[in-house]
Design a protein around this ligand. Sequence first.
Ligand code: NAD
Length: 561
Amino acid sequence: MKKKILVIGGVAAGASAAAKARRIDEDAQITILEKNGYISFANCGMPYYIGDVIKNRSALLFHNEKSFKKRFNIDVYTKTTAYRIDSKQKLVYARKNEEELIFPYDKLILCNGAKTVIPEIEGIETVPYFTLRSIEDMDNIKSYIIDKSPKSATIIGAGYIGIETAEALVNCNLNVSIVEALPNILPTFSQEISEKIYNQMILDGVKVYTNTKVVKASLNNQNITLTTDSGFSLDTDLLIISTGVKPDIELAMTAGIEIGDLGGVRVNEKMETSVVDIYAAGDLVEKKNIVTQRYCLAPLAGPANREGKVAGCNAAGGHMVYSGTLRTAIVSFGPACCAQTGLSYEEAIKNGFDADFVYTEDPHHVEYYPTAKYIFIKLIFDKKTGKILGAQASGEIGVERRIDIISTAIYANLTVYDLEKIDFCYSPPFGSAKDPANIAASVAANLLRGVSYIIKPQIFLQIIQKQDDIQILDVRTRLEYKTIHVKNAINIYVNDLRESLHLLNNKSPIYVYCAVGYRGHIATKMLRNLGFEAYNVSGGIESIKRIAKIQNMEVFDGSNT
Ligand code: NAD
């Protein structure tokens, strides 16, 4: 008897599961049921097709029923919705149009994903709106833009899809507004990181409303009016909702499968659910966070692919284990991009780590080679062990490389002492002898060794607020100082410091800063060696600017303030 492997859902996890099962067992009878019209498509590419960056729609469609059958000998039923599992009889009940279908299985793999959360908005059912999860959604948005020529668009939710769709709609020459309920766009990022994308959006004419919820929607002719809880209304021709997703667990519940506290299907490292012979993978499941070893939700394409592969392998009689996710992710708007891996500082503290962080900002390749772009890194680590717990970074080019380096380091359980020593590719067009990832780790390692005296910009600003007679030393050039400096800071260029010590008071602390932290470190070390109590502000004036902006503090003087 041929083993019957039935897969529900045919996108990232499902298509990977089915294809892997075939590679393990050539004889198995493998079937995919997919409720939409397409399988194995590039859902991450959809905003770029809407924005005309990807011109060829078919480039997003890797396979169809025929090609999947031909290459993998897998039967695909599209537009077929599975609605009940009888785990005793090992049957799945499904509907294709009006037709009732029953599929027997020996092994069942659930990869039916997540569904868009639509917030409670009075009248939302009376206005046309779009979500962006399927090829059908993408086609509907594209046709609406072509057929109705909207002038304006509003996006509710400034998460990953919201930002990528905003970029696409700007590319389509629409006036774009984005409304976010929380105080910042991209709320899983620290604000000092996500501000890179925020600034770019403002520069490109997007109206960004944070701390704002849409409470009412109504339609007047073709025009949608959105009323917000911030006391203003928005008129828009096109409305997109991207307010997050949650695991689509209804089908799993018909089989009595255990659901975790976060609302996803619970699986073990083999991707087995609590019901025998049923596996699950992708956005549907709760997965282990590698750093905390606790369950988390991570509706991302990379983990879904890997989990699908593990589920497919094990269902077909092979043996694979999924070790979990670091939730590594990147998002961009125009040239600006933000990426993250592992835990944020707040998550690290919440999970009981004795965590700390440092800021660094260094060019993606040597500065003297043309077109160097700075990368701002927030590296989060454990104070006792030096273990790297997470990182977030913003910039333009090269952000992805540093976050990928750090995610690999976390996966390998490395410490900041390891990361500062690893060799990376270097020649002037590609990097620096001391890579930004080495430098971030080195700054953290020196802090832990007690050989550098870093103060976070947050603490520095608190001190400024409380005391106005502190010694602040700007060790940048005169020109940099004149452009912008912290109020009451004196300027002694780092190279002139030894000859100018008489200008400093050795009876009180000196708060040193430069542009991004490096010259400040040299000056601080020199002052410490000479008996001064000096502290270097982490990430220099660039990070002071970011934090002061978040805290609404006016602490700068100079021609550029
Ligand atoms: P998301 O969780 O990334 O963002 C949802 C946003 O909507 C959040 O900022 C949230 O605060 C906001 N929000 C929630 N309710 C709101 C309300 N009533 N009014 C205004 N704002 C509200 O979700 P998404 O953008 O819908 O994306 C879905 C999933 O797809 C994400 O979890 C993401 O992991 C994945 N994805 C990832 C990428 C990538 O990695 N580049 C790209 C696209 C999608």
